[in-house]
Design a protein around this ligand. Structure first.
Ligand code: HEM
Length: 505
């Protein structure tokens, strides 16, 4: 017995020595200050995950504007000075972010690589995203979304319901239902032959989507999906509905999806299920941040009487200018992209709600050893290390945004009510002050559509419904930190609100 314990003791001691010799990185000359953390492999990931903002603020105070932390086996160099972001971007030739994003997608959604360098396709995925989500494609997407939102919000017979009757519901669950169904129909089209069954099936998909999204941070951290049986089933069911045999029954599929369905070369070596999983990746990108973002925009609008008043007035004026009258029986509301773009109050509300709820981690893996030249000095970076920016540091910096935790509907408006683009830190104008959609080459290609669809949702809610919080004094719910790094954080708890049809002629 004693011998076995002794052998185990020696094995553990040797492992510890090996880890100390090989597992702990030692800072070399010219490298940023380094935090290895105490736990092998995990490094500082637990402290970072528990409260990233606080963790980064503490390290910034300790080390200055750039420092390195070991997180799940990777060495991450955090850049915390917003004036350095432009300089970091100039080092683009040393970064390999597209490769990293494509590999993460393949792992999480379970399809083979769609990185051209792996030979399955010659498609430049990012260019396809820009072509099918911006410019003319954005006009068609927005038009379809406005129609679908009203299809979901104004079911036949709605106008006959008693306008006096309030419906009480969780606001987050309401936003999820409406935006998921309308967004799903906009991306993947409508099956006109089975509209009721289609609604049930999309709402089932929403449940599966939520189950899958819950474990998404674990997948990104490197855990295999098979560990999560229910989420794995949910992912497979979601993909099943997106197989080509099912999509071919649908009308008005967006260009984002048809481009991938009918391109010969792209994905031609993938089977139907694998192709469906690449569509699922797009469904996730289009919904995972938009759903919580929509909640925060509606919540803050209803909670601030001034925001509500100014937003309602802007919507009224926009509809009046476009010569439209709101009615349940008449034509659905339709606004061009140009008319939507000319709504500074709603823009400011959306920006402010996203500033308060966004917690994305923007990362750039290094392709090779290089020297990062910043205003505060030059730093050697090793191949495969990661350069990271955490925009929440910027979004909640009281120097840039006074009283940073308070929602101010007009924070992004100037004294003339026009969009405000000048924000300062230490008296110097910032180029980057708002980054929920990332930065540089991989910046979210769906950002214009995202803002448009949230704006359309607000326009329709303000036009058709009277809304109230059940508890008018309700506190702002805390942000659910489990999605930190991925984008917009959802609320930890839902908020009850009630709504009823406006009296419309
Ligand atoms: C409020 C809503 C949204 C937020 C906050 C958001 C944010 C982001 C962020 C932070 C990234 C990563 C950028 C980077 O790696 O630097 C991203 C990527 C992406 N987003 Fe969005 N997004 C939103 C809505 C949408 C929508 C509606 C779509 C499409 C319909 C979309 C499509 C994409 C795609 C395809 C990528 C991957 C780009 C690539 O890897 O090349 N997003 N988004």
């Amino acid at each position: 017995m004693l011998t076995i314990s002794l052998i185990w003791g020696i094995v553990v001691a040797i492992c510890c020595c090996l880890w100390l010799i090989t597992g702990i990185r030692r800072r070399r000359m010219g490298e940023p200050p380094l935090e290895n953390g105490l736990i092998p492999y995990v490094g500082c990931a637990l402290q970072f995950g528990a409260n990233p903002l606080e963790f980064l603020r503490i390290n910034k105070r300790k080390y200055g504007h750039i420092f390195t932390c070991k997180l799940m086996g990777k060495y991450v160099h955090f850049i915390t000075n917003p004036f350095s972001y432009t300089t970091v971007m100039r080092h683009g030739k040393y970064f390999d972010s597209k490769k990293f994003n494509l590999a993460a997608s393949a792992k999480a959604f379970g399809h083979r690589s769609i990185d051209p360098s792996d030979g399955n396709t010659t498609e430049n995925v990012h260019e396809t995203f820009i072509r099918t989500l911006q410019g003319d494609a954005l006009n068609s997407l927005s038009e379809a979304m406005m129609e679908n939102l009203q299809y979901v919000m104004r079911p036949p017979g709605l106008s006959k319901t008693n306008p006096d009757s309030w419906v009480t519901e969780g606001m987050y669950s309401f936003c999820n239902k409406v935006m998921f169904e309308a967004g799903y129909l906009t991306l993947f089209g409508k099956d006109l032959t089975r509209q009721e069954a289609q609604r049930t099936s999309i709402l089932n998909n929403l449940d599966n989507f939520k189950q899958f999204d819950k474990i998404f941070p674990a997948l990104v951290a490197g855990l295999p999906i098979h560990v999560f049986k229910n989420a794995h089933n949910a992912r497979e069911k979601l993909a099943e509905d997106l197989k080509h045999e099912n999509l071919q029954k649908r009308d008005n599929i967006s260009e984002l999806i048809t481009t991938r369905m009918f391109l010969n070369d792209t994905l031609s070596t993938f089977d139907d299920m694998e192709k469906a999983k690449t569509h699922l990746a797009l469904l996730w990108a289009a919904q995972a941040n938009t759903l919580p973002a929509t909640f925060w925009c509606l919540f803050h609008t209803i909670r601030s009487s001034e925001a509500m008043k100014m937003a309602t007035e802007e919507v009224r004026k926009t509809l009046e200018k476009s010569g439209q009258k709101i009615s349940f029986e008449g034509k659905p509301i339709s606004l061009s992209q140009m008319q939507l773009n000319d709504m500074p109050v709603l823009d400011s509300i959306i920006k402010e709600a996203l500033r308060l709820s966004s917690a994305s981690l923007n990362i750039r893996p290094a392709k090779e050893d290089f020297t990062l030249h910043l205003e505060e000095g030059s730093y050697n970076i090793r191949k495969d290390d990661i350069i990271a920016i955490y925009p929440q540091l910027l979004h909640l910096d009281p120097e840039i945004y006074p009283d940073p935790l308070t929602f101010k509907y007009d924070r992004y408006l100037d004294e003339n009510g026009k969009p405000k683009n000048s924000f300062y830190c230490n008296g110097i104008k910032l180029k980057y002050y708002y980054m929920p959609f990332g930065w540089g080459l991989t910046m979210c290609p769906g950002r214009l559509f995202a803002v448009s669809e949230i704006k359309q949702f607000l326009i329709l809610m303000l036009s058709y419904f009277e809304m109230q919080l059940v508890d008018s004094q309700v506190k702002c719910p805390p942000l659910d930190q489990s999605r930190v790094g991925l984008g917009i954080l959802p609320p930890t708890n839902d908020i009850e609100f009630k709504y009823r049809l406006k009296y419309l002629m």
